[in-house]
Design a protein around this ligand. Structure first.
Ligand code: SF4
Ligand code: SF4
Length: 501
């Protein structure tokens, strides 16, 4: 048997002059990288276990630590990278599918960074958001073609159920089980305070969080974990998850080790059993089938709640979205291939799906061409990183954006991309009680509220610069966008001109 020693990816650099052997790093590291050597009275490191989560660096009281990327590399070339070679070694050892967390890390185009926003100058002057009212409120759901009133002016048209958001951003689906109780509590409290929504994901709704129902989107995924009548009625909207950007075409898998205590009760499955959602919904093989589920959920919620259908951005997304719009759904959520996840097969994460920017542009255009754009709202997610990404998404045709990775970063995530291990040192992607309590939900929700408040200010500034004072006037306003360094086909799909035109 051959043995391939793989040099650790990260090195722990400890400044011995500064280290006071307080052992904070030892206590804080769930991966057991740091250890105290009592004989020599020094700290030692096992770098092979380090995932570069930066917990020890952040908490070291004397700034004695830093983690650096190892420069010991295999003999790579343009075809055989260090990572590719190591992956082969790993699979030759394990015989298993490679698993990864978070979104597609490949150097594929990030179209948000190739799109520039307009600003007004002489005519149609900019608006000062500090002095003029700016409206960032958004309503999601079907728009009635006409509104009728009786002779006294009372509304007689029956309005479709809608979600009201104070700004065009919501927290995307992350299940209780994949993230911790305290992470969910942070999201739920922040959504309530902000007047937006958070999403249960496919793990059901913990009994403590029913109180946040008016700001909760409850999800129905193929595994139907935790789905029952009270759950459906508790939320402000119901989301059917058909697909996910990080792993299009496959189901979900939460290992049995994480199905403990409240997670097991909330999902309504036995402790220790793997929560495996099948790749398809076994009752959906056509748009007609989807329509049946949409209307079953509407029936169960007395037609009072909008139904969202979430799909991954894939090759024929425009046709798929057109079908969903005709299924009776009120909102379509499109998730791009940079969307994060707790665990996905690496090959799927890195090679399947398309960028959400292209998906959004072609879906918006297709629905307009077919005259059904107002039948649904469009929500996009999959690595929305800033207020400018939100503004570009709205100008490309989105009604609102979903964020998840950005929200986790606000909670302290350092993107070490090892959520699948269940040993998140920041108390987010873990169910270990000693780790969960590291995330204080009061501070977590405060940080989320700060992030969204900051983004909302920036959205208003960007809109003001364009001479636009409502999100409604920005939606689908592609004249406000220009491409930079894009080819003709990319510009055509995005429906924008090149910078300078
Ligand atoms: S936390 Fe810092 S000072 Fe304390 S033992 Fe670790 S490296 Fe040394
Ligand atoms: S949630 Fe935790 S484990 Fe996952 S990437 Fe962030 S810090 Fe790492």
């Amino acid at each position: 048997m051959s043995i391939q020693f793989i040099y650790p990816e990260f090195e722990v650099v400890r400044n011995e002059n500064r280290c006071i052997a307080c052992r904070v790093c030892e206590r804080q590291c769930a991966n057991e990288v740091h250890k105290y050597n009592a004989d020599k009275k020094v700290m030692i490191s096992d770098e092979s276990k380090c995932v570069n989560c930066q917990r020890c660096v952040s908490l070291c009281p004397t700034r004695a630590l830093k983690i650096v990327k190892s420069d010991c590399t295999l003999r790579e070339n343009a075809n055989w990278s260090n990572d590719t070679i190591k992956e082969i070694y790993k699979q030759a050892q394990s015989g298993g599918v490679l698993l990864s967390s978070m979104g597609n890390p490949k150097p594929l185009p990030v179209y948000w960074d190739k799109i520039l926003i307009n600003a007004s100058q002489v005519t149609n002057p900019p608006i000062d958001p500090l002095r003029e009212p700016m409206e960032t409120k958004v309503f999601l759901g079907k728009r009635n073609a006409e509104i009728k009133r009786d002779e006294k002016g009372n509304l007689i048209t029956e309005m479709s159920p809608q979600l009201e958001l104070s700004m065009p951003v919501m927290f995307s689906a992350m299940s209780y089980g994949s993230i911790s109780y305290n992470a969910h509590a942070s999201l739920a409290r922040a959504a309530t305070q902000l007047g937006i929504y958070y999403n249960t994901g496919e793990g059901g709704l913990h009994e403590d969080f029913y109180v946040y129902g008016p700001n909760t989107i409850v999800q129905v995924a193929s595994g139907r974990f935790g789905v029952h009548e009270d759950y459906l009625k508790a939320g402000a909207a119901v989301e059917i998850k058909m697909g996910q950007g990080a792993k299009p075409g496959i189901g979900g898998h939460l290992p049995g080790a994480k199905i403990v205590g409240d997670v097991s009760r909330t999902r309504m499955i036995p402790e220790g059993s793997d929560a495996i959602s099948p790749a398809p919904h076994h009752d959906i093989y056509s748009i007609e089938d989807l329509r049946q589920l949409v209307f079953s959920l509407k029936e169960a919620t007395e037609y009072k709640k909008p139904v969202i259908v979430k799909v991954a951005a894939v090759h024929n997304i425009a046709a798929i979205a057109s079908g969903i719009a005709r299924s009776g759904a009120d909102i379509i959520a499109i998730d791009g291939f940079r969307g994060g996840t707790g665990a996905a097969p690496t090959r799927i994460r890195d090679n399947v799906g398309i960028p959400v920017e292209l998906a959004l542009a072609c879906v918006d255009q297709r629905l307009r061409d077919e005259g059904i754009r107002n039948n649904v709202s469009l929500v996009v997610g999959g690595s929305i990183r800033s207020a400018s990404d939100v503004v570009k998404a709205v100008a490309l045709g989105a009604d609102a954006c979903y964020i998840a990775t950005s929200a986790l970063l606000a909670l302290g995530c350092h993107l070490c991309r090892t959520c699948q291990s269940g040993k998140c040192n920041w108390g987010i992607a873990t169910q270990r009680p000693d780790l969960v309590k590291r995330l204080n939900p009061d501070l977590g929700s405060e940080r989320l509220v700060n992030l969204m408040t900051a983004w909302n200010h920036e959205i208003k500034e960007l809109m003001g610069g364009m001479g636009i004072n409502t999100i409604e006037a920005l939606r689908g306003n592609r004249l406000m966008l220009r491409g930079i360094g894009l080819n003709e086909k990319e510009l055509e799909i995005l429906g924008i001109s090149h910078a300078g035109e």
